[in-house]
Design a protein around this ligand. Structure first.
Ligand code: SAH
Length: 354
């Protein structure tokens, strides 16, 4: 092999891509199944561990392939909850974060799909940091493999794509990672324990529906009015609510799942009686529920403009907002804030580039 040639990354390849890869080497396809099993069930980090591969193949893999992706830089643990935040370094020296949220009946890993985010939502720290690049499927999966290795694979029960970035703008890598998580050979995470969260890319929502994976979909709504969404989520100018709602109806129908509307409470922006009426109208159009999230501070990013003015709705008012929706027969959850003290809560993940 020439030194300039890049080694093939085997992490993040779907099972069928791995089989094809071994075919292309002139090996039987089942070598793909074996390597898949080593990476995702035995959490192998190098080819020497893969004892059921012939020694000649192992040394060939050492020469032309790699499993090296993320390096862990630091771990921070919240003093208030058991939430932990992991800071990783990519091989090209970018930093990304993942968060592990232990709860009574489950442990949820929140993973990133991009370095930064291009969407510039005004309430989100990641939006304020700007955008560098998409993560590869290997980098998405490696966040999970790291957590699985450290906390036990069986202890990571749920995965949410709610870290840095917009998963549907990194569609192929996101889809490949879902394919790996849900593959039967990868004994672990079933489709109804995986949630993709999107700010709303209608054609990709439909494509995800057509993919057949039937994972849960969360839509970052934050207002049922286009006029308000335009102000706090610039992407809404390109893809207004009507287009997203149509795509979400398609998703709900095709996958037979219920859409979760994420709703970050912003004082005097989306917490009025008119908001309750509009939200109710919207929710009645499709199988859905609302997840209310108190707005988490983004002060650590030194926000300016509208971002600097945002405040959370007071907790009593959040409760009454939720109750009024419930009186209209809407299912509403209020999400606990997890890991605020280490900037690990929803929308707080950010790394300053400089
Ligand atoms: N880009 C995707 C996933 C990342 S954000 C999306 O937009 O859905 C995960 C969730 O946290 C989203 O619902 C997002 O709107 C919400 N969020 C962002 N900033 C927040 C903040 N400061 N406080 C509370 N929730 C926030």
């Amino acid at each position: 092999m020439k030194l300039t040639e890049k080694k093939t990354q085997l992490k993040g390849l779907t099972l069928s891509d791995l089989r094809d890869f071994f075919s292309s080497l002139g090996e039987p396809k089942f070598r793909g199944d074996q390597v898949f099993n080593w990476i995702y069930n035995h959490l192998a980090d190098n080819f020497n561990e893969m004892k059921n591969l012939p020694a000649t193949l192992r040394s060939k893999l050492n020469e032309i392939c790699t499993l090296n992706s993320l390096e862990l830089l630091t771990t921070q643990k919240s003093n208030q909850t058991n939430t932990q935040k992991f800071l990783f370094l990519t091989t090209d020296k970018n930093k990304i974060e993942a968060v592990l949220i232990p709860e009574k009946d489950r442990n949820t890993l929140c993973i990133s799909t991009q370095v930064g985010c291009p969407l510039d939502c005004k309430f989100c720290a990641t939006g304020l940091m700007g955008y560098k690049r998409n993560l590869s499927a290997a980098e998405i999966i490696d966040q999970y493999l790291f957590a699985a290795k450290n906390f036990g694979k069986e202890n990571i029960t749920n995965i949410v794509y709610m870290g840095m970035g917009e998963p549907l703008l990194n569609f192929n890598s996101t889809l490949n990672s879902i394919s790996i998580f849900t593959n039967q050979l990868n004994k672990g995470i079933s489709r109804n324990r995986i949630t993709i969260s999107t700010a709303g890319i209608p054609n990709k929502i439909k494509e995800l529906a057509d993919s057949g994976y039937r994972v849960k979909l969360a839509f970052s709504l934050h207002s049922a009015f286009d006029s308000i969404r335009n102000k706090i989520m610039p992407i809404n100018k390109k893809y207004p609510l009507s287009e997203n709602i149509e795509a979400l109806k398609y998703y709900a129908k095709k996958t037979n799942t219920r859409i979760t509307f994420e709703y970050t409470m912003l004082k005097k922006i989306n917490d009025t009686e008119a908001d309750i009426r509009q939200l109710t109208k919207l929710c009645r159009q499709l199988p859905s529920k609302i997840n209310i999230i108190p707005f988490n501070s983004i002060e650590h990013m030194n926000p300016s403009g509208i971002s600097a003015e945002l405040k959370t709705t007071e907790i009593e008012k959040i409760y009454s907002f939720a109750d009024k929706l419930r009186n209209n027969n809407i299912t509403v959850m209020i999400r606990d804030t997890q890991g605020n003290d280490i900037a690990a809560a929803c929308g707080q993940l950010a790394i300053k580039f400089k």
